[in-house]
Write a protein that binds this ligand. Structure first.
Ligand code: DX5
Ligand code: ZN
Length: 218
């Protein structure tokens, strides 16, 4: 799978959430990217199950849930119940990552693992074949609107090599600071899916911005 655009709802107008969800529904976006933060793993708190459940009622698009929380195993079944299709946990937040991945799949979701900017790709060598998604953070997690970290290009190329060498089917997803200035190069290095928050929601015409991003990687 290639060319997936996943608007991050963290940058939406929460007082007009239904309007912003409809905009994504009508757009060429492929997934809804939903950031869950606990104030412990990252220095910010976002939203949880009731909000995700409400979003699910208004869309048929894939719900891509990114957990920035410690000990995510506690909530795997709950995220399935509220409608997550892809559940991504952080490598840095899991003591028994292999078990967590299996539990996500057993609950009926696609399993993703995210790496912080300081975490090397090599830590995934022994789980890459079990993964549906690898989410490379191109900013430090916790906030929207940060600048893209250039070292990400190198990591994408390394991950593409690992995936191809291992005959894994994992999708490479990039999250943080994605714009029309870096998305093409990320795609050239082998990325498949692109999260964008501020760049989409702060633009004058978000639907056209999504269309343009999609064209750049098609
Ligand atoms: C950051 C989140 C991102 C964020 C991206 O911790 O995981 O999904 O919303 O926002 P932008 O595109 O504004 O960097
Ligand atoms: Zn995210």
């Amino acid at each position: 799978m290639k060319n997936i655009i996943a608007p991050s709802l963290l940058a939406a107008d929460f007082a007009n959430l239904q309007r912003d969800i409809e905009m994504i529904n009508e757009s060429e976006a492929d997934w809804f990217h939903i950031d869950v933060m606990d104030g412990v793993f990252v220095p910010n708190i976002s939203f949880g199950m009731p909000v995700i459940s409400a979003i699910k009622k208004h869309t048929k698009k894939t719900m891509d849930v990114h957990l920035m929380i410690v000990d995510p195993d506690r909530f795997i079944d709950d995220f399935k119940k509220v409608g997550a299709d892809i559940l991504t946990v952080h490598f840095e937040a899991c003591n028994h990552l292999h078990r967590t991945i299996q539990a996500i799949k057993a609950a009926g979701m696609k399993a993703g693992v995210s790496l912080n900017p300081h975490t090397p790709i090599s830590v995934l060598e022994d789980v890459i074949q079990d993964l549906d998604v690898v989410l490379i953070m191109s900013v430090n997690p916790g906030f929207g609107g940060q600048s893209f970290i250039e070292n990400t290009y190198k990591k994408v190329a390394q991950l593409r090599q690992l995936i191809d060498f291992s005959e894994s089917n994992a999708i490479i997803e990039i999250d943080g600071g994605v714009t029309d200035q870096n998305i093409e190069k990320l795609s050239e290095q082998g990325a498949d899916a692109f999260v964008a928050g501020s760049f989409i929601f702060k633009s004058d015409d978000p639907k056209t911005t999504i269309k343009n991003l999609k064209t750049l990687v098609s």
